[in-house]
Ligand binder design. Structure first.
Ligand code: SAJ
Length: 415
């Protein structure tokens, strides 16, 4: 029996052992789906303490390990490692290449390798496949290769992971058949597409669409401010259009591991292909300027209320990159913080999800703390903060997230 039929049988009987490389915000919920569907799963992590904490959860059929030799025992291997960008916004494929090399070291016939990490079109074919083929095993014959972009949305209370349709593409027909069959056992809706590059572009395009629309609202808001119109009211009213409009909202900038990152994978590869995605680059520049807008607004307010006093004190309320999660990656609040530090302004923060960061502890949002600061900036609007009490203080507040409706107090400012 050809090995792709063997894999298919193991999928149908749930006898396939599924390896997940990278047990972060993508790999961890995915491993839960895998064991929930009846498979045995092995989570591959880099540090023993991470393996211990996963194993300490005693989840049936899930075992975490730092021992990469166990990859050999996996019939299906999901790569869920981070694909960040460098300071210069160029893609950083270090983690993906390392994971692929580890798989190649233990590759055996009958294995299906699936990449879920966000990557530029062509990466699976031109970076991952050559590393696997260096073992002299043949794709489609000995091993199988698939790209299926992760669509995890941390903190989303409306969709569970199995309810989010999954785009899938195999390298060739055998890889395609078994990867679609696998995903059908763990996710409600599978969306097969015609090539690896199509699937890779779907993901990057989804997030680039979001980046561009967030930058559009951040830019048009400057015009709205100039004519005394509330951009949040504009977006809310535009949202009543039942077709052809998808609301995006102004903010202090964009954070997270997807939106500020994925579009640069697209820009980089497009440039290599002689296509300059100017709109995408410019959208990134617009969003990158938002933290500076927050700081200049705050300095204007500080001078208005405190004159030329030098030792201003700023309190940031909410520093994770989006509400009700504890992730600060690329958070605009941190960029605001750095800009204030460059100006010698004393910055503290309150965030119920981040107890301490870089040696600074989250302050209680008490009246004493509020009154001890010269301006309060709501950078992330967590749901569990007492904004009513905050508004009672006589302190100026910059509300970057539309927590307070426009005009409730002259001390409450918007971007
Ligand atoms: N943001 C705005 N205005 C908006 C939406 C977001 O300023 O209208 C900011 C957020 O505050 C945050 C950043 O952009 O700092 C990213 O926010 P996000 O809601 O896009 O959250 P992410 O990064 O967790 O994006 C994920 C993505 N999911 C995947 O990549 C699988 C993204 O594709 C989803 O669209 C997004 O969740 C979602 O819709 O919640």
């Amino acid at each position: 029996m050809s090995s792709h039929h063997e894999v298919l049988k193991k999928i149908q009987t749930r006898k396939a052992i599924v390896g997940v490389i990278g047990m972060g915000y993508v790999g961890s919920p995915l491993a839960d789906l895998v064991i929930h569907a009846g498979y045995k799963a092995i989570g591959f992590v880099r540090q023993q303490h991470k393996a211990d904490s996963i194993n300490g959860q005693n989840k049936k059929n899930l075992f975490a390990t730092i021992d990469k030799s166990q990859l050999k025992s996996c019939d299906i291997i999901l790569i869920c490692v981070q694909t960040p960008i460098h300071e210069d916004k160029k893609p950083d494929l270090t983690f993906l290449k390392n994971a692929t090399e580890q798989i190649a070291d233990h590759l055996r016939p009958g294995q299906l390798i699936i990449i879920e990490s966000s990557i530029a079109p062509g990466t699976t074919r031109n970076i991952v496949l050559p590393i696997l083929s260096s073992t002299n095993m043949r794709v489609e014959k000995d091993f199988f290769l698939c790209f299926s972009p992760e669509r995890v949305d941390p903190g989303n209370k409306h969709f569970t992971l199995n309810q989010i349709p999954k785009v899938v593409a195999g390298f060739g027909p055998n890889s395609h058949i078994i990867s679609v069959a696998f995903y059908k056992t763990i996710i409600d809706t599978v969306v097969p597409v015609s090539s690896l590059e199509t699937a890779e572009l779907v993901k990057i395009f989804e997030n680039t669409y979001r980046l561009v629309n967030i930058s559009l609202v951040n830019e048009v808001m400057q015009y709205a401010n100039a004519i005394g119109v509330d951009m949040w009211e504009v977006v809310d009213a535009a949202s009543t259009k039942p077709f052809g409009f998808h609301a995006h909202y102004p903010g202090p900038g964009i954070g997270g591991h997807c939106i500020p990152v994925d579009p640069y994978y697209l820009v980089d590869d497009a440039m290599r292909k002689g296509v300059d995605l100017r709109l995408v680059r410019e959208a990134g520049n617009v969003n990158d300027l938002q933290p500076e807008r927050v700081v200049s607004k705050a300095m204007e307010i500080l001078h208005k209320y405190n004159g030329v006093k030098t030792n201003h004190k700023v309190l940031l309320v909410g520093i994770s990159y989006k509400p009700d999660i504890d992730d600060v990656r690329e958070s605009p609040a941190l960029k605001v913080w750095d800009l204030f530090k460059d100006k010698g302004v004393d910055v503290s923060y309150h965030d119920p999800y981040i107890s301490s960061l870089n040696g600074t502890t989250s302050l209680e949002l008490s009246d004493v703390v509020i009154n001890d600061h010269d301006v309060i900036i709501i950078t992330t609007n967590h749901g569990n903060i007492d904004y009513k009490n905050l508004a009672k203080s006589q302190k100026p507040i910059i509300d970057t997230r539309n927590v307070y409706k426009k005009g409730i107090s002259e001390r409450i400012y918007r971007l």
